[in-house]
Design a protein around this ligand. Structure first.
Ligand code: B16
Ligand code: MG
Length: 215
């Protein structure tokens, strides 16, 4: 009874996490500290300002005003957008384009549900915009994952009931958001991390339409 597939962007369709990491690392290094790739895992699916708060905490930096935080986030985003502005369709993760196309061929609706305000740029660079019936992103939601808002708005835009939607997510907060919204959740990554998901695969290249029927 699955009628719609809603895809997270970063970590599911494309690996922008490496670019986010480079930009945040440069920002942290400029303030005199560093953080690990493992800490970077905690930033996945987390909004820009919430990510900054986590990073400042790791550096024990407690004296930034809201204005200064705004400037830091803007600086990071400039470095980040410099990198994503040169992305090409070759950077689409294995099987992602093919799986979305097979969903559409089978008559399922497709949408993007991402925390990123850079979603339109990324989808344009990857030439993927025509593959989605709706795009809900960081520009159109007020409550970050694990709040289900981004996916609930996606289901509404597609005019499909939540129970008939499946969400594909690489972040724990994203899986929680899908479940909280009354949807099925497929984790992209490791079953040890994404415990709440109905099913976990290593990537969309391992996903088939038959697997949707068993959710
Ligand atoms: P931006 P997703 C998330 O995208 C990223 O995983 C997260 O690392 C990032 O901080 C967030 O978008 C906001 O991105 O700074 O571009 O608005 O995984 O929800 O597609
Ligand atoms: Mg993600």
């Amino acid at each position: 009874n699955i009628q719609a597939c809603i895809f997270d962007l970063d970590g599911v369709i494309v690996d922008t996490a490496v670019y986010h990491y480079k930009a945040w690392k440069r920002l942290a290094n400029g303030m005199g500290f560093d953080f690990t790739e493992q800490q970077n895992e905690q930033l996945k699916g987390v909004s820009r300002m919430a990510s900054l708060d986590l990073i400042l905490g790791w550096g024990n930096i407690t004296n930034k005003t809201d204005d200064e935080k705004e400037q830091l986030a803007t600086q990071k985003n400039e470095w980040y957008t410099d990198m994503i502005n040169t992305m090409t369709p070759a950077e689409i993760l294995p099987g992602a384009r093919e799986f979305v196309l097979s969903c559409r061929d089978a008559g399922l609706k497709t949408a993007i549900g991402s925390a990123s305000k850079n979603t339109p740029t990324i989808l344009t660079r990857l030439e993927l915009l025509p593959l989605f019936d709706a795009v809900i992103d960081g520009n159109s939601v007020s409550k970050p994952k694990p709040d289900p808002e981004v996916f609930t708005k996606g289901a509404e835009a597609l005019q499909v009931a939540a129970a008939n939607c499946v969400v594909f997510e690489d972040a724990i907060a994203g899986i929680e958001a899908a479940i909280a919204g009354g949807m099925k959740a497929v984790g992209i990554g490791s079953p040890d991390t994404l415990k709440q998901a109905n099913l976990v695969v290593s990537g969309l290249d391992k996903m088939t339409l038959e697997m949707l029927e068993e959710l």
